[in-house]
Ligand binder design. Structure first.
Ligand code: MG
Length: 223
């Protein structure tokens, strides 16, 4: 294939985002119960994920939403919320990581291709996660949710334009087999499903390729 650029999704493709969200929810739940939330840790963990499901995984007031229905006085509510936030942040620094072999694989790919990110995460969160995982200098361009809203085009169109390549010269790699893969394919990009990051047990995908490990990308590109 006459490939010029590879465009990556960020969360659950480059970064093991789900492990990070699960691990931080666990410790936050423990802290909230310790500070007086009248639920078990498992129930609290469940409530945190209900808020994520309803409001989106990047929602910024998750713990407040969990605490609010109990009608505590403001100081107790704040104490429980801050206990959750502090433990969440401490744990975040330990668990937010790229998948194995991401650095080495990107290093090899960079020698031959332009590399980009298209993510549905907000701009500040995307960059925060990139800096955090030391991936901030690996990509030629980063297109976030905010860039898409400003331009009113799909992130894939914007990425191809900014890279200066036709969609057909780009390959998209992402874990979302439905929305993202289909959108990229629709405009003519090659697509690769990052099966290892998929939260849903999708068995079928319209992607041209699929990978069980990040580094398998190198095999696909050689082939
Ligand atoms: Mg993703």
């Amino acid at each position: 294939m006459d490939l010029k650029a590879i465009i990556f999704d960020l969360d659950n493709t480059l970064i093991d985002f789900l492990t990070f969200k699960k691990e931080t929810a666990k410790v936050a739940a423990t802290a909230m119960v310790r500070e007086g939330l009248p639920l078990t840790e498992i129930q609290t963990y469940g409530k945190i994920f209900s808020v994520y499901d309803e409001k989106g995984i990047d929602y910024q007031k998750t713990f407040r939403d969990v605490i609010e229905p109990f009608g505590f006085d403001v100081n107790k509510a704040e104490r429980i919320q801050q206990a959750a936030i502090v433990t969440y942040l401490k744990r975040k620094f330990e668990v937010l990581k790229p998948y194995p072999m991401v650095y080495l694989t990107l290093e090899k790919l960079r020698k031959r291709y332009k590399l980009a990110i298209v993510t549905v995460a907000p701009r500040n969160k995307a960059w925060q996660r990139l800096v955090f995982t030391n991936l901030q200098n690996e990509f030629d361009i980063v297109i976030s949710k905010d860039d898409v809203e400003e331009k009113k085009e799909s992130g894939f169109d914007i990425a191809a334009q900014r890279l200066g390549f036709a969609a057909e010269e780009c390959m998209y790699v992402g874990d979302n087999a439905e929305r993202d893969i289909l959108q990229a394919k629709e405009i003519g990009m090659k697509t690769c499903w990052a099966k290892y990051g998929s939260m849903r047990k999708t068995s079928e995908t319209k992607a041209d390729f699929e990978i069980d490990r990040f580094e398998d990308l190198l095999k696909i590109i050689k082939g």
